[in-house]
Design a protein around this ligand. Structure first.
Ligand code: ADP
Ligand code: MG
Length: 345
């Protein structure tokens, strides 16, 4: 029972409120991503969970036990810092077992554990290396191994992959997820990268200005965003001001009927319409919104079509083989696929 529960957590730095009444339930063995823009309080929340920062209000429970006043080293938490914070004067094995050394674990057990963890993070035989003899990706693995050395109840990582280049980062996301699944350790990773969150997480928690906007499974957030911020932060989307009335959504001077599957948060009044680029349909109709194409970006796997309707920019993503007749400057009619309109407040 190592579920993590956070209850009414707030953190003030002077008069600035970095976390505002944050509550969360993270089930045992789940992989959770804290996702949000820079400065929204992700690191602060992780530090409060770890006990590196005392909350101004609220409590932290691990496995049902109140840990709020328990010192960091007694919380059974493994941590990977954004800076990695590896020790250049220690070799790889000693870096990995440092948390065991300060807990007084004997040397033979430390060596055995280092071997085990080096295998786990796929660095077998590199225990005697110095940190400066490792690549960025290898250092990352050492930091992960060190975070796991005490066999933590809860594993906390702050933007662990942000220093890696794109392809290595993607590779490590998958590997980190596989390691977490093999150990079944309850894990919280901070990231500002939505793709990273979608790749790794069982549960994504979107934060803004110290407040949780929405918590849920990745595809829940994608298909049923609680507000325009979440809609825009998870995946890409078109957000347009709209009004809802009489079973229809009016947007940019055109009225679209609400159809089965549309997710409409309000029955009437002003709101915001979110339509994913893959659900914007171009042509094949004389109805719909009159748009002008402003840019075409062919990525091979999809064709991105940027358009304008008045001052509103609208983005469509077409599957390969579509859109050959499109050109910059061309006028087209667009509509939104039935059942794919999302109206949020
Ligand atoms: N020790 C501190 N003293 C004062 N302000 C801080 C401190 N730590 C963080 N903050 C502020 O709290 C906010 C959240 O910071 P942080 O948790 O680091 O955000 P994130 O990790 O999401 O980028 C920021 O505005 C930051 O400037
Ligand atoms: Mg941070």
């Amino acid at each position: 029972m190592t579920e993590l529960r956070i209850e009414g957590l707030s953190k003030d730095f002077g008069t600035f409120r970095a976390l505002d009444n944050v509550s969360l339930d993270i089930p045992n063995g789940k992989f959770v991503c804290l996702l949000g823009p820079s400065g929204c309080g992700k690191t602060t929340l992780l530090r409060v969970i770890a006990g590196l920062e005392a909350p101004s209000d609220g409590r932290v429970y691990v496995g049902g036990t109140d840990q709020t006043n328990v010192p960091t080293h007694k919380r059974g938490m493994g941590m990977v810092f954004q800076s990695l914070a590896l020790f250049p004067h220690l070799d790889v094995a000693k870096n990995i077992t440092y948390p065991l050394a300060i807990r007084g674990v004997d040397k033979a057990a430390q060596r055995a554990r280092a071997e085990e963890l080096l295998d786990l993070v796929r660095l077998p035989g590199l225990g005697a290396r110095r940190i400066h003899q490792l690549s960025g990706g290898q250092r990352q693995r050492v930091a992960i191994a060190r975070g796991l050395s005490i066999n933590p109840q809860v594993f906390l990582l702050d933007e662990p992959l942000s220093a890696l280049d794109a392809s290595l980062r993607e590779h490590m996301q998958i590997e980190l997820r596989q390691i977490q699944q093999s150990l079944g350790v309850t894990t919280v990773v901070v990231t500002h990268d939505q793709t990273e969150a979608l790749t790794m997480a069982d549960l994504v928690i979107v934060m803004k200005d110290g407040v949780i906007q929405q918590a849920g499974a990745p595809m829940d957030l994608y298909h049923r965003p609680a507000n325009a911020f979440v809609a825009g932060f998870i995946g890409t989307t078109n957000i347009m001001p709209c009004t809802v009335a009489d079973g229809a959504v009016s947007v940019l001077g055109h009225s679209f009927p609400i159809t089965k599957g549309d997710r409409i948060a309000t029955q009437s009044g002003a709101a915001q319409l979110s339509v994913r680029p893959e659900h914007v349909v171009i042509g094949g109709t004389t109805e719909g919104l009159a748009a002008e194409i402003t840019f075409l970006r062919d990525l091979g796997e999809s064709l991105h079509v940027l358009m304008r309707v008045g001052d509103q920019e609208i983005n469509a993503h077409l599957a390969p083989g579509h859109g050959h007749d499109l050109a910059v400057g061309k006028s087209v009619n667009i509509r939104f696929r039935n059942g794919q309109k999302v109206v949020v407040q």
